[in-house]
Structures are given as C-alpha cells and as structure tokens.
Write a protein that binds this ligand. Structure first.
Ligand SMILES: Cc1ncc(COP(=O)(O)O)c(C=O)c1O
Length: 436
C-alpha cells in the first residue's frame, strides 16, 4: 500500500525533501504530516479544493474529511465566500484600521450567541483562548487556569500543556488539568485548587484529545461547580461553534452558558480568525484604560478585512442552512455507527468517537468496555502505529483526513459517504494481522 502511495505521489516526495531543509520537521504545524512521516512516508502537498474534494500536486483526488482543520462546513471554495474575498481584494487586502464589515459581522455573531454581550476579534484561535484566559485572570485576580487532559486550545504558553497521553509535561505556567467526562477527577482538582482557580476552559466536545462527546450531565455539573466557587467557565467552541447548530453548542446542545466563549475555524469560512467574547463585566476589562484592566488584544491582522467579509458571507450562508444542521448531525451519527459495525464485523478493536458531524476513528490495542471514555482511557489502549497505518491506507485510497477521519460538511454527498464506507470495509481486514 505504501509503495502504491509513493508511486502516485512523486511530486509530493520532492516537495517534502525540500521542505525538510527549510522547516523543522518539514512543516509549520506539527499535525500536517497526518501521521504519514511516522509510517516512513510523507504527506501529500495539496493544491486545490472544491466542495468535499481536494487534489494534490500529483493530480490525485481525495474526498476530504479534514476540511481545513474542521473549518469548512460549507465545503471548499464556497462561491459566496470566494466572491466576497475577491470583491474586497479589489479595494486592498487589509488596511489595519477600523472597518465596517467588522461591525456587521460582530453583530451577526452577537445575534447568534445571545449570552455573548461583548466580543473581540483576533487572528487565530490560539490568540482567542490566550486572551480569554488572560481576562479571567484579570477579572478574578487569580492566576491558575484549569483545562482538560488532551484539550487543545492552540499553541499559546497559557494552555499548551497536558496535550498527549500520559499528560506528564510541565505547564509553562500556572496550569492544572482534569479528565474529560470524569466527575471524580474534576472534584479532586477543585478540592486541591478550587480557591486558586481563575477559570476552567473546556471544549464542550473534546476535539484533538479524542473527539469525545460529553456524558449527559458532565457539562451542567461543571457549570454548577465552577459557579458556586466563583471560577469563570470558558467554552472553547473553536471546533464546535456553528458545527453542531447555528451558534454555540454549549448552550444550544448541552444547555449551559459559559462566562466566556472562544470561536474560530468555521466562522470565517477558511480565513484566519479568532473570536473571544461573553459577559459584559469580564469583556469590559479589554477596553483601553478600563479600571483593573491590562493589555488584552492587539494584532496587526486582528479584524482582518478579508476575514471580516468572509465571516459575514459564512454566517449569511449558514443561516440558510440553519434547519439542515440536525440532518447533518444525524448523517454523522449514522456514519459513526456504520464504521463501528465494520470494525466489529472483522473484530478489530477500535472506537469511533464524535458528536454530530465529527467522526474520529481510533484503532486500539484491546477492546474498550465503554463507548465514552476519558482521554486517558483511550490513551491507555490507543494503538498509534495501527491508527497511523489506517490513516495512510485511507489516504492512499483517496480518503483524506486526520484523527482517523475528521468531519462531514454540508458539501459531502451520499456518494462520498458510501465510497468512504466501501474503502473502510476493504482495508480493515488488513489490520487484523498486525499485533500491537
Ligand atoms: C478547540 C480548539 N481551540 C483552539 C484551537 C487553536 O486555533 P488556531 O489553530 O486557529 O490557533 C484549535 C485548533 O485546532 C482548536 O481545535
């Protein structure tokens, strides 16, 4: 299989060798090798995307489930987004001044997320989570922040720790962590550090940490426990925002309003963007000269003109898809069940996780007894090599993704899904012969 891949991706190989001379590890985002370097090949270099498909520099076509890090719920090269970017380009790329589209886009976001009374734009999701937790520190006068083991909130120093099992790396500063879906772990953390915690930041559905949906009462329990201790709750909805519904999942799907929320990815339709917002009294500390405030925000490219017009076009389009989210979520649920059935049929230990249109596949060393484990439970039995080989097999067969697969978009057709299931059915038996 890897030989066939090499044969079909010769230009990518030349690029990869060249990239290794320029970038540490050959890239500027560690996951863009999609695990292929770990199985001794190289990632394809992509050139073009349209709807649910992408093409690499060698001309190979793929059904894409990576969809630009889960950003493109409308599909690649969505006409209204492309048009608005091209129209704006006629007037300049980014002026670095106030602009009108930011007001209109900000208003659209506020309307979709009623608890977000004030908000700010920044350049990436990493900025957004950094500024959100900085605001929590300023507001509470406390330094410590809690996060979930396996939770990825971007590359900032404040939150870039306890990402990978067994979660032993030292935080850069003032950070603690607990297990997603585990009340005991949360209780232990609160008992030990509750008085010192400024905030807890959490994705309502754990993304890069395993694609784990929350147990039914976990998110409400977290809200009660943080509220009663004056700990601010930040929902990182950079993946889930506008993915599970038109707006945010915390309140609409799981029934909980946070104090602050962060957004990114989907809301700017593929342009770089981070958003942080929420309670008026907390957000007000970001204003210049606010009593008790400090520097929050900045960024040459914050409220980037192209991101603002793309954001407006994305939200306008998604409003038309508002009633189609439940259908997309159901398609995702059905898809996960069908993939699970394929693995069960050939008796290969694997778990398919996610919520709505999010679909992660983990190959395991042994079967799990539960369907909704914590990041550590998955980490204990995760078979990294087999999962990497499975990912490589999918890519060789024209199914592009990461974390096993990735996310569905409104652009994915039934034919895309059928073909993907056929490919999975075809390749899974080969994974039986490999021991751990
Ligand atoms: C949940 C979550 N938060 C934050 C980030 C960081 O966003 P960005 O890559 O735009 O900095 C990501 C990116 O993958 C994410 O998935």
């Amino acid at each position: 299989m890897l030989e066939r891949y090499k044969e079909a991706t010769k230009k990518s190989k030349v690029n990869w060798d060249h990239a290794l001379e320029i970038f540490p590890g050959g890239m500027s985002h560690n996951i863009r090798s999609f695990g292929l370097d770990r199985v001794h090949v190289y990632p394809p270099f992509m050139q073009r995307g349209e709807g649910s498909h992408i093409w690499d520099v060698d001309g190979n076509e793929y059904i894409d489930y990576w969809m630009t890090h889960f950003s493109l719920i409308l599909g690649h090269n969505y006409p209204a987004i492309r048009k608005t970017i091209l129209d704006q380009l006629e007037q300049g790329v980014h002026l670095g001044t106030l602009n009108e589209p930011q007001i209109e886009f900000g208003e659209m976001l506020k309307n979709a997320i009623p608890y977000m009374k004030l908000l700010r734009f920044c350049t990436t999701g990493s900025d957004a989570t950094m500024y959100a937790t900085r605001l929590c520190r300023l507001f509470t006068g406390k330094q410590l922040v809690g996060k979930v083991k396996g939770g990825w909130h971007g590359g900032n120093d404040a939150l870039c720790y306890h990402l990978h099992y067994p979660f032993k790396d030292e935080p850069f500063f003032d950070g603690v962590s607990f297990e997603f879906n585990d009340r005991n772990s949360l209780d232990t953390l609160l008992k030990a550090h509750g008085k010192k915690l400024a905030a807890i930041i959490i994705e309502p559905v754990l993304g890069a940490g395993g694609g784990l949906a929350p147990e039914p009462d976990f998110i409400p329990y977290l809200r009660e426990e943080t509220e009663s201790r004056d700990i601010l709750l930040v929902f990182d909805e950079i993946i889930t925002g506008f993915r599970l519904c038109f707006g945010t999942a915390g309140n609409q799907v799981f029934g909980v309003e946070p104090d602050l929320v962060t957004l990114g990815k989907i809301v700017a339709g593929g342009m770089p963007l981070g958003v942080y917002g929420g309670r008026e009294d907390v957000m007000a500390l970001a204003a210049p000269g606010a009593p008790g405030g400090r520097w929050v925000g900045g960024g040459t490219f914050s409220s980037h003109h192209l991101s603002m017009v793309a954001g407006k076009a994305t939200l306008a389009a998604l409003k038309d898809y508002k009633n189609k989210y439940s259908q997309l979520n159901q398609r995702g649920t059905k898809f996960r069940k069908k993939i699970t059935a394929i693995f069960d049929h050939v008796q290969i230990p694997a778990i398919v996780t996610g919520e709505g249109s999010i679909v992660f596949i983990h190959l395991l060393k042994s079967s799990l007894t539960e369907r909704y484990p914590t990041a550590s439970q998955i980490g204990d039995v995760f078979n990294k090599t087999q999962t990497d080989l499975f990912q490589a097999s999918l890519i060789e067969k024209g199914i592009f993704g990461y974390h096993g697969l990735g996310g569905l978009s409104f652009a994915h057709s039934e034919a895309d899904l059928h073909h993907t299931l056929d490919v999975i059915e075809k390749i899974t038996p080969h994974f039986k012969i490999h021991p751990t």
